[in-house]
Design a protein around this ligand. Structure first.
Ligand SMILES: NC(=O)c1ccc[n+]([C@@H]2O[C@H](COP(=O)([O-])OP(=O)(O)OC[C@H]3O[C@@H](n4cnc5c(N)ncnc54)[C@H](O)[C@@H]3O)[C@@H](O)[C@H]2O)c1
Length: 261
């Protein structure tokens, strides 16, 4: 990540936090930690600084277009340019609909919220950042958070549709910003983060839910945020200089079969 100026959304906790810290550890020059949750973002910034990096907290509500544009402007100003955009923030239906809402019962506002954050904000941030990324002389790229739920079916209609959209938007972005800017995505399996823990806690049968989430991994456990952060750093680094338009599963083998242990 030598000397790259990076902006990471959803970096107040979970994978976004770990990506921010790992990028700082690997030599990023400036880390903009963007989130709606400023307290967690401040904690992440402290961890970035402890890892030898520097940066800033950018408060953003990704459902607000003007906020997304201001986030990018603030990151470009803070770092004196931008080399890497990580569209990491994401939300799942069950965070807003208490019971598992199948497509016939999913409230329209849940669909809109999931799409606003998981898809529209990715498009808006990419659009806002494209001029600065094109102007970068330090291996510019975008890394988007997809999911295995964008590659195969799950019972969360808005989430799977939104992550499928991220996989396709990643390709369209790779085409549209080529050859100057690369764009790739990562598709985690079940990673132990607050999002995963909330999903388990909100299930009718939490023990069964945890088994459903980890039982499809050939590597029999939750993935760790650090393991995802390593892959994101690789995708953003110049070592991935011939990769663009791909979605890389980080899923303990989940996409390799169709079984449950
Ligand atoms: N955890 C998993 O098992 C898993 C699996 C596959 C994909 N993913 C994807 O990986 C990414 C990171 O997941 P995570 O588990 O670390 O998530 P998380 O829920 O732990 O963190 C998400 C962050 O996004 C922020 N956020 C939510 N709404 C926002 C808004 N309107 N404006 C600004 N920030 C907002 C939250 O404050 C939070 O800090 C997401 O895109 C998620 O969909 C996660």
């Amino acid at each position: 990540m030598d000397d790259k100026r990076v902006l990471i959304t959803g970096a107040a906790q979970g994978m976004g936090r770990q990506i921010a810290v790992e990028m700082a550890r690997q030599g990023a020059a400036y880390v903009s930690v963007a989130d709606i949750a400023t307290e967690g973002a401040e904690e992440t910034l402290a961890l970035v600084e402890a890892a030898g990096g520097r940066g800033q907290v950018v408060r953003v509500d990704l459902t607000d277009s003007a906020d997304v544009r201001t986030m990018v402007e603030t990151a470009v100003r803070g770092g004196g340019g931008l080399d890497t955009l990580v569209n990491n923030a994401g939300v799942i239906d069950s965070a807003f609909a208490p019971e598992l809402a199948t497509v016939d019962r999913l409230p329209e506002e849940v669909w809109d919220r999931v799409f606003d954050i998981n898809v529209k904000a990715v498009y808006l941030a990419t659009q806002a950042a494209s001029a600065a990324l094109r102007a970068s002389a330090n291996g510019p790229s975008i890394v988007n958070a997809a999911s295995v739920a964008g590659l195969t079916g799950y019972a969360t209609p808005a989430y799977v549709a939104s992550k499928g959209a991220v996989v396709q938007l990643t390709k369209a972005t790779a085409i549209g910003l080529s050859p100057e800017v690369r764009c790739n995505a990562f598709a985690p399996g079940s990673i132990e983060t607050p999002m995963a823990r909330e999903r388990i806690a909100s299930a009718d049968d939490p023990v069964r839910q945890e088994w459903l989430m980890t039982g499809a991994h050939l590597i029999p456990r939750f993935g760790r945020a650090e393991e995802v952060a390593e892959v994101v750093c690789f995708l953003a680094s110049d070592r991935a200089s011939f990769l663009t338009g791909v979605t890389v599963p980080v899923d303990g083998g989940l996409m390799a079969w169709r079984g449950l242990r």
